[in-house]
Ligand binder design. Sequence first.
Ligand code: SF4
Length: 393
Amino acid sequence: MELASREPSLDAPRSRATRAIRIGSINIGGGYPIAVQSMAATPTADVEATAAQVRLLAEAGAEVVRVAVDTPRDVEALRQIRRETGANLSVDLQENYRLAADVAPWVDKLRYNPGYLGSPRSKRTWQEKVRFLAAVAGEHDCAIRVGVNCGSIDPTKRGELAPGDNVAPMLESALEHCAELDRLAFTRYCVSLKDSDPAKVVEANRRFAAARPDVPLHLGVTEAGMPPEGILKTRIAFEQLLPHGIGDTVRVSLTVPAARKAEEITAARAILADIAAGRLLDAEQLATFSRGRLNIIACPSCSRVQNAAFVELAERVREATRCAAEHPITIAVMGCRVNGPGETDVADLGLWCGPTAVNLKRGGEPLGAFSYEEILPRLLKELDTMVGQRAVG
Ligand code: SF4
């Protein structure tokens, strides 16, 4: 695998003066070129499929590849995958932060989500968990990403901050974790603040960069959906951040089958090249996007998808709802319960997928679980009703 030059380069978009942190064989921040990342969408425990997915992404130019780990079987799989690839690996930890100690020897970065460390039922405080993660990272030569996501925000941050300030919970959560890592004298970390709305991504990252100009940022619009719309949403956010020096590493999250995941890298490289060359969207393209119209949010899928029919379902939803394209309605299609319940809470109509059934919500209210065959007609019925009510209202 041949990596792009990792020397600071004036040809590439430059980040602001964050500290440099090392992730395996690359550095991010500190004036290094912006790194491109992606994530494996195969079941981690399937060693052959996930090793092939990591190779596919690395050969396409991914400089860091993230792999989800939720079980001891996943840890064992990652140990074997590590033997088969020299790619820089990041492990995605959500609910089971304890697995960090087992998996750290095989990876270069630990990504944790603050939204999953603060359970009131846990005997350990979130600060103790962060101390544990920082100690594990330090012992095994790993960087850390504090990955805040709009679909799974720390519950203690909801409602306690300024009403109407819809990025404050994400921002406060990130800043609090930075302060804790600083207190522990662990500095090899970066932060991400991801939302499915490009405007919120811009707002959250601008405010974070102003508050913590020293901390490298990983940029992305989460659940951006299928191409080409998912690429456009991401481009809109990146164009408002990268030219201002905000962003040290990026991911374009796309809802595509695992075999097409290299499209995330191609799209990211194209956006970076256009921004470096000053080829930005014009006012008319931006106006077309911001005009109220049907918006489909869909997660990019990962190892946690519980039914392989998820990506196909997202595509079927897009095709079946084209008739409502001019209506300002948001439909979320999510692959599992990690960010599914959160994202579908804020959508007008939401679907989150389980192993055999799809949970349907309207304005955050559960409407029941339906089979993969039943869900589409039921969704269209709700959509029809919603369009009719809004026309009357
Ligand atoms: S919602 Fe679930 S399946 Fe989709 S990317 Fe997030 S964790 Fe993976």
